[in-house]
Write a protein that binds this ligand. Structure first.
Ligand SMILES: Cc1cc2nc3c(=O)[nH]c(=O)nc-3n(C[C@H](O)[C@H](O)[C@H](O)COP(=O)(O)OP(=O)(O)OC[C@H]3O[C@@H](n4cnc5c(N)ncnc54)[C@H](O)[C@@H]3O)c2cc1C
Length: 271
C-alpha cells in the first residue's frame, strides 16, 4: 500500500522523483487493482504534466535490428483509451484495440502509456502496437530515447525509472487487424493476435497468456515467403506454450495458426 502521493508538475519533476521506492500513477487502473504487482511506497502522479496531445512528427527509432527513420502519429502517453476511441487522428486499428477494454468507465481512466508500461501478457494493446511497428518515446533521467516497442519490451528492465512520454505510430499506408480471445469481454484474454500488411510484407504481434508478448518473426518469415496452411503456421510458432486454465498448449498453437490465417485475409495483401 502506498504511503505517499506526490503530484508532479512537469515531466522533469516526475522523472527526477522516480526511483526504486516509487512508481508513476497515470490512470491508476492497474496501480489500484487488487493484487497488482505495481506496488510502491510512493506514487508519483503524472496526471498534471501534459503528455495528452495527438500530433505528427518525424523521428528516428531504435529497433532491435537497427535504426529506422519515418513520419509518425505521436500519441501522448496520458491519452486515455476513450480519448483514443473518440479521436479522428488515430488509425482505426488502434481505436478498435482500445475497445478490447470493454468498460467505458475504465477506458475513461486507463492511459496508453500505463498499458504499455504494464507489459501484461494479456495486454489489450501490445500485439497491435507490435504489428503496426509502433515505437515509444522515453525520458530516462532527462535523456530522450525512441525505441521500437519490441526493443522497449526486451530491454525494459534496464531502464526501470523511465517515463513513457509518447507512442509513435507509423504514418504510412498499412492495414492492421487484431483478434482477442477471452471467455467474456471483461475476462483475461488467452491471446490477442495482430497482423499488419504494408509495403508487400506482413508483420505479426501476439500477446499470449503465460507465454509472453512478442513479434512472431518466425511466422512472418513463413507467410512472407509464400502461401502456407494454418498447420504450417501453427508448427512454426516458437512461443513456449503451456497447458493451463486458459487451454492446452496444443489448442493455443492451433488457435495461433487459424487466427494468423484469418487476419491475413482481413488485412488483404498477397493472394
Ligand atoms: C479488473 C481489471 C482488469 C484488467 N484487465 C486487463 C487486461 O486484460 N489487459 C491489460 O492490458 N490490462 C488490464 N488491466 C490493467 C489496466 O487497466 C490497463 O493495463 C491500463 O491500460 C493501465 O493504464 P493506467 O493508465 O491505468 O496505468 P496505471 O495503473 O496508472 O499504471 C500502471 C503501471 O504503469 C506505469 N506507468 C503508467 N504510466 C506510465 C508512463 N507514462 N511511463 C512509464 N510508466 C508508466 C506505472 O508506474 C505502473 O507501474 C486490468 C485492470 C483491472 C482493474
Amino acid at each position: 500500500m502506498a504511503e505517499k502521493l506526490i503530484i508532479a508538475q512537469s515531466i522533469e519533476e516526475a522523472v527526477s522523483l522516480k526511483d526504486s521506492s516509487s512508481i508513476f500513477l497515470a490512470g491508476g487502473t492497474e496501480v489500484n487493482r487488487l493484487d497488482s504487482p505495481c506496488q510502491a511506497e510512493v506514487l508519483v502522479s503524472i496526471g498534471r504534466i501534459g503528455m495528452d496531445l495527438i500530433d505528427e512528427t518525424d523521428a528516428e527509432i531504435d529497433c532491435l535490428k537497427g535504426k529506422k527513420k519515418g513520419r509518425f502519429i505521436r500519441v501522448g502517453a496520458m491519452c486515455t483509451f476513450q480519448e483514443l476511441v473518440d479521436s479522428f487522428s488515430v488509425p482505426d486499428y488502434l481505436r478498435e484495440a482500445c475497445l478490447f477494454m470493454s468498460s467505458r468507465t475504465k477506458r475513461n481512466m486507463a492511459t496508453i502509456g500505463g498499458n504499455i508500461a504494464s507489459a501484461r501478457d494479456d495486454s489489450y494493446l501490445l500485439s497491435t502496437l507490435i504489428a503496426c511497428g509502433a515505437a515509444v518515446e522515453l525520458n530516462c533521467k532527462g535523456k530522450k530515447h525512441v525505441y521500437g516497442v519490441c526493443r522497449y519490451l526486451k530491454e525494459k528492465k534496464n531502464y526501470p525509472d523511465s517515463l513513457i512520454t509518447a507512442v509513435l505510430l507509423p504514418k504510412k499506408e498499412m492495414t492492421v487487424a487484431s483478434k482477442r480471445y477471452a471467455n467474456t469481454a471483461a475476462s483475461h484474454a488467452v491471446m490477442t493476435v495482430s497482423v499488419s500488411y504494408s509495403e508487400g510484407k506482413y508483420r505479426v504481434g501476439a500477446a499470449v497468456k503465460n507465454a509472453g508478448v512478442r513479434r512472431l518473426v518466425e511466422v512472418e518469415d513463413l507467410i512472407n515467403a509464400g502461401p502456407v496452411s494454418d498447420e504450417e503456421i501453427s508448427k512454426a510458432v516458437k512461443l513456449d506454450l503451456t497447458d493451463d486454465m486458459f487451454g492446452s498448449a496444443k489448442y493455443k498453437r492451433y488457435l495461433l495458426g487459424v487466427t494468423v490465417t484469418d487476419l491475413m485475409k482481413k488485412v488483404g495483401g498477397k493472394k
